[in-house]
Design a protein around this ligand. Structure first.
Ligand code: FES
Length: 230
């Protein structure tokens, strides 16, 4: 497969973000970029990344198979991830997963027959204060139960885009992959989602009361030279 000119231009823009001689660091966003075109990281996508970064296909494959966000099979427009890790599990995450699995007639990392929805178990989604959580293309649906989760996927099947509990309005996995490659969400309503959750704000208030702050990033931190990079 040859990629369209736009993908080549975006790939060059991604590589230009990195210091000279460090282009291989662009691999992660480039994998999202090819996923935005193909719907998954295809063999062609792997070859494209290898060629443009002047690394081997085996190196690209090693990275793409390490991270679960890179899909190795065609994936639906809607990637439904159900957290079944400790806290979500204790609050019913597995029941949510089982209900969705039965409704969609798919198991972990499988896609519905019509190709629209892919279901997966997920490890902690860093939203334990809203457990059990489900994400659709990485946007959060908080405090789920079987009924709410079934309603969510039925809406997706009907072509609707339910509003996430927090974050931006839903977009397809391909559209999300463009953003994950580091390009702006150009939708007019991209910033109109529900931005805050009460549990998060409560944590923020407690941190403020206790005088706890996150350390600042120091832009003067020198790059660490590895033997390989020299
Ligand atoms: S355990 Fe589910 S979000 Fe942390």
């Amino acid at each position: 497969m040859s990629y369209p000119e736009k993908i080549h231009q975006q790939a060059e823009a991604v590589i230009a973000r990195y210091p000279e001689g460090r282009s291989r660091s662009a691999l992660l966003p480039l994998l999202h970029l090819v996923q935005s075109h193909d719907g998954y990281v295809s063999e062609e996508g792997i070859a494209f990344c290898a060629e443009i970064l002047d690394i081997t296909k085996a190196q690209v494959m090693a990275v793409s198979t390490f991270y679960t966000m890179y899909k190795r099979e065609p994936t639906g427009d809607w990637l439904v991830s159900v957290c079944t890790n400790t806290l979500c599990h204790a609050k019913g995450g597995q029941r949510v997963y089982d209900a969705l699995s039965e409704e969609l007639d798919v198991g972990h990392d499988e896609t519905t027959v019509d190709g629209t929805i892919t279901l997966e178990h997920a490890e902690c989604l860093a939203a334990c204060d809203y457990a059990p959580v489900v994400t659709v293309n990485y946007e959060f649906f908080d405090d789920m139960d079987e009924t709410a989760a079934l309603d969510l996927v039925r809406q997706l099947k009907e072509g609707k885009r339910p509003i996430p509990s927090r974050g931006a309005p839903l977009c397809t996995l391909r559209e999300m992959s463009v953003q994950l490659a580091g390009f702006e969400d150009e939708r007019q309503a991209a910033l109109e989602g529900n931005a805050q959750g009460e549990a998060t704000l409560a944590g923020n208030r407690l941190a403020a009361e206790a005088g706890i702050t996150a350390p600042q990033f120091d832009p003067d931190t020198p790059l660490v030279e590895t033997e390989e990079a020299k």
